[in-house]
Design a protein around this ligand. Structure first.
Ligand SMILES: [Zn+2]
Length: 410
């Protein structure tokens, strides 16, 4: 059931539990009551905590063979760029690529949604294939995740069979999982080695792929679609592959959204025309670390980790895919120097970047924003509620980052 495909062939000898499942936690799930965000007549909609349970996620290939290899790849002073062979090399070359020990790295099959901004395979394609040709000039590709947490194409008879046989509180989870990669190899933890044009290329490829997926999903009568773009940078925060890559989760279950997003939607609703991000000075200037023509980066006053950075486009945009080329290029440049500044003051290089966006189809006023969250071990109380204990004062963290950033600004 790779690439989110469930058909008669691969479902044979499988049970209804061998498919990606979505489950709302009954102890933290309530029905959506506002028409603005996802309430439709006759359709149950929720917000709360949910889990995707996908047996195939465990089958992902390991990106590193040994700890030594991981250390070596992430030693940014050694500058391994362009030539390292990984599972994505097979995809890009369109043939089996072997590692140094002669072991095959993947079979080169893929479904490619966008090459840079150019559309390639249909997002609902059922035919993984080897790529014919990727231009040498291409910077980034967006692929269907081979090991997704949602099913993308399901045989109608099997779909019916699963719905009938799964307990009513479980459902076959539907959606599209994308992964965007750089064409040439750049180790994800060495952000400083990645040319900003390549980083911008990844964003542009993501943007094109999201728009293509949404267009095709709407053609197939899907609506009210949460879209979550993110980066897992480093193995400690879920990045299983050494090559720089981003992901997008596109949830096509049409059954609501998580409690954190509900909080954002409600907060923006309460602000009305007085958008906080359009008006705030972020507590004077002492928490702002970088302001460009297009973006503002600051240390949030309520960090979920020490050095938690939040950023937003200065323009009031609701979604990632609305970003324009000049905003994306500026974002790539800014992220690169901020990551370098964080490296310089020895902040953990395992980091997540999470983009918070308004779901498609929701009539909500929303100002998209994103979080950079460095890895840290968290404690028990923090698992129990939507709460974190941080030791670093945000304005002090901001001052450290600002000072570190100075040498990269001219
Ligand atoms: Zn705004």
């Amino acid at each position: 059931m790779e690439w989110g495909i469930i058909n008669k062939e691969n479902f044979e000898n499988k049970t209804t539990y061998d498919v990606p499942i979505k489950r709302w936690d009954p102890l933290s799930t309530v029905s959506i009551r506002t028409e603005d965000f996802g309430l439709r007549k006759g359709k149950p909609r929720y917000y709360g905590h949910y889990s995707y349970i996908s047996p195939i996620r465990g089958k992902r290939p390991k990106g590193f063979k040994t700890i030594e290899e991981e250390k070596h790849l992430y030693d940014c002073s050694k500058k391994i760029v362009g030539k390292y062979n990984d599972v994505f090399s097979s995809v890009i070359e369109g043939k089996i690529v072997y590692d140094d020990w002669g072991m095959p790295l993947g079979n080169g099959f893929t479904i490619i949604i966008s090459e840079d901004e150019k559309r390639r395979d249909n997002p609902f394609s059922e035919a993984p294939h080897r790529i014919d040709k990727i231009s040498d000039k291409s910077k980034a590709l967006t692929l269907i995740n081979r090991y997704p947490s949602m099913a993308r194409v399901v045989d109608p008879d099997i779909d019916k069979h699963i719905q009938q046989n799964l307990p009513s509180h479980l459902k076959l989870s539907k959606g599209i999982n994308l992964v965007s990669i750089s064409r040439s190899f750049y180790p994800s933890l060495c952000f400083n080695l990645i040319p900003h044009g390549v980083l911008a290329g990844i964003f542009l490829s993501m943007r094109a792929a999201i728009l293509y997926c949404i267009e095709e999903a709407i053609n197939r009568d899907y609506y009210d679609i949460p879209v979550m773009p993110f980066f897992n940078i480093g193995t400690k925060v879920g990045g299983s592959q050494p090559r720089i890559h981003s992901q997008v989760y596109i949830d096509l279950n049409m059954d609501g959204h998580g409690s954190r997003l509900e909080g954002y939607l409600e907060a923006f609703k309460e602000m009305g025309s007085k958008c906080h991000l359009c008006q705030t000075t972020h507590g004077g200037t002492d928490r702002i670390i970088l302001e460009t023509e297009f973006w503002t980066f600051y240390n949030t006053g309520s960090p979920v980790r020490n050095y938690h950075i939040r950023f937003h486009p200065n323009e009031h945009l609701r979604r990632f895919a609305q970003l324009k080329v000049n905003q994306i290029e500026d974002l790539a440049k800014s992220l690169k120097i901020i990551f370098q500044a964080l490296d310089d003051i020895e902040i953990d290089r395992n980091r997540n970047i999470l983009f918070n966006c308004c779901p498609y189809g929701y009539d909500a006023d929303f100002h998209m924003f994103a979080d950079i969250i460095p890895h840290e071990v968290i404690g028990g109380a923090e698992m129990a509620d939507d709460m974190r204990v941080a030791r670093k004062l945000p304005h002090v963290a901001a001052e450290e980052i600002r000072n570190s950033l100075k040498k990269y600004l001219d």
